[in-house]
Design a protein around this ligand. Structure first.
Ligand SMILES: Nc1ncnc2c1ncn2[C@@H]1O[C@H](COP(=O)(O)OP(=O)(O)OP(=O)(O)O)[C@@H](O)[C@H]1O
Ligand SMILES: [Mg+2]
Length: 238
């Protein structure tokens, strides 16, 4: 049975796509069959973070064929239907239609996990996906230690509760640097959700993402150990 893991945050730029790509890649390296679904209609970055540019998704008989990186690692993204620098200017119903197709018409084959990368906030994309994905395992909320990000994290928690999406837990990203550390865990305790772990603010992550490679393929053992703990916490009840 496929399990969909939704990666969300109230605030933009806090590391959702970084978490989604590295979570998917870790699960792939552990031997699982993984799909990554990029539902960030206005800023689809998943393919770029995996080193792919100008990829075009193929369609046939209303079915969408994902990019096959490996038989166990496939990606579907709106970026595969538009030019790389093209702005997508769509309102609600059109977005809903696109997410409906991305949620229901992709020929994934058999998958263990579908990792879904969201845009920031709690908008149309989130509502559509909550309604259309029928195998949601839960949501992971990403936040930096800053107050504005924590406020938006609470909005994401509210959203999940309102639409009955189970919350797997929250991750503190860009931790231990100029943004501080420890506040996401405190907020998790207050909100009674699970703290999954932290990812340091790191030059390696910046560089790896610029190079289009998951940071878990770097030789930074402390980064890899911290992220592995997060992956174990996420999958511990699967
Ligand atoms: N722990 C980290 N240390 C250093 N840089 C990071 C870290 N996490 C993410 N970044 C960098 O921050 C930038 C934003 O990350 P990312 O695109 O994953 O955020 P996002 O939440 O998906 O953004 P958006 O809201 O636009 O979708 C990227 O350039 C990424 O490489
Ligand atoms: Mg993103």
């Amino acid at each position: 049975m496929r399990k969909s893991i939704l990666v969300m945050s109230g605030k933009g730029g806090v590391g959702k796509t970084t978490v989604a790509v590295n979570l998917a890649y870790s699960l792939f390296l552990k031997g699982f069959k993984i799909g990554i679904l990029d539902v960030d209609i206005h800023g689809p970055n998943v393919l770029k973070m995996l080193g792919y540019e100008n990829v075009k998704m193929q369609m046939k008989d209303e079915k969408i064929f994902p990019l096959v990186i490996d038989e166990r690692l496939k990606v579907a993204s709106l970026a595969g239907f538009v030019e790389d620098n093209e702005a997508v200017i769509w309102r609600g119903p059109k977005k809903h239609g696109a997410i409906k197709q991305l949620s229901q018409d992709v020929e994934w084959g058999e998958l263990d996990f579908l990792v879904v990368d969201f845009p920031p906030g709690t908008g149309d994309e989130h509502l559509s996906a909550a309604e259309l994905l029928n195998d949601i395992y839960g949501a992971i909320i990403v936040s930096t230690p800053q107050k504005v990000s924590l406020m938006d994290m609470v909005r994401s928690i509210d959203f999940c509760n309102a639409v009955n999406i189970p919350i797997i837990g929250a991750i503190e990203n860009m931790s231990d640097g100029i943004f501080g550390s420890g506040t996401v865990e405190e907020k998790c305790n207050l909100e009674k959700i699970r703290f999954l772990g932290k990812i340091q603010l790191s030059k390696t992550i910046v560089q790896k993402s610029e190079d289009g490679e998951p940071f878990i393929t770097s030789d930074d053992n402390s980064l890899k150990e911290d992220f592995n703990k997060i992956v174990q916490a996420i999958t511990s009840n699967c």
